[in-house]
Design a protein around this ligand. Structure first.
Ligand code: AP5
Length: 218
């Protein structure tokens, strides 16, 4: 096939979606569009949407579909997304997936590939507990498996690293439950469309990246 340009990443919290989506976006030279990052940006800017999203995010629940769909579809209309994008964290419900498909169909387009990163629950919890994130560019690090070159500083943009409030163990448990209840059904949705590609996310970051690229070209 030709290079897949419209990609939806699936996988539970901590599976490595952000880590891999950023690298894949660089590889295919398309933007990385992460709904969680967009909500966190709204919170930093203290917009009305940011305040609303915060109430759901700190409880490990999903932000309502209506505002989420509008926010992401608006982002996908920006010029840099004209030739494709790597979506990370969206869609997360069947309603969001159907809205995305409908918006794309209006322009005779569709999602090309949906990689699913599979990782054991215990490993997910361990990853989220040790995660640090750049406060400027949102690049994820891990204190053991993916540390920055200089403690507390982003290798790429020099931003300060911080921990996410929703990485506290009780919120992580709720996020995992929310994933099982509301997002896991998307696996069947994309499988039926023939777009799902399952990748073992429980390997070194470079090995996951290599397997992802070959799975995307199948
Ligand atoms: P969001 O920001 O999307 O979080 P998430 O889906 O829970 O995913 P994470 O960012 O926690 O994990 P990840 O898979 O990206 O892993 P990462 O690469 O960072 O959403 C947050 C909240 O926003 C939601 O709970 C919800 O409230 C709201 N929201 C967002 N989108 C929404 C939507 N569409 N609808 C409604 N609400 C929405 O990696 C994790 C750690 O592991 C890092 O430390 C990393 O360095 C490390 N790591 C990565 N890969 C490996 C590896 N192979 N080996 C070892 N360590 C690794």
């Amino acid at each position: 096939m030709t290079v897949p340009v419209r990609v939806v990443f699936l996988g539970p919290p901590g599976a490595g979606k952000g880590t891999q989506a950023k690298q894949l976006a660089e590889h295919f030279e398309v933007p990385h569009v992460a709904s969680g990052d967009l909500f966190r940006k709204h919170q930093v800017e203290n917009t009305e949407l940011g305040q609303l999203a915060k109430r759901y995010m700190e409880r490990g629940e999903l932000v309502p579909d209506g505002v989420t769909i509008s926010m992401v579809l608006e982002r996908l209309q920006e010029p840099d997304a004209a030739n494709g994008y790597i979506l990370d964290g969206f869609p997360r419900t069947l309603e969001q997936a159907r809205a995305l498909d409908k918006a794309l169909a209006e322009h005779q387009r569709s999602i090309d590939r949906t990689p699913l990163l599979q990782v054991d629950t215990e490993e997910l919890v361990r990853r989220l507990a040790g995660r640090w994130l750049c406060s400027k560019c949102q690049r994820p690090y891990h204190e053991v498996t993916a540390p920055p070159k200089e403690k507390g500083i982003c290798d790429v943009c020099g931003g300060e690293l911080m921990q996410r409030a929703d990485d506290q163990p009780d919120v992580v448990r709720k996020r995992l439950q929310t994933y099982e209840e509301q997002t896991a059904p998307l696996v069947g949705y994309y499988k039926e469309q023939g777009k799902l590609r399952t990748v073992n996310g429980d390997q070194a970051i470079e090995d996951v990246g290599r397997d992802l690229i070959s799975a995307m070209m199948e």
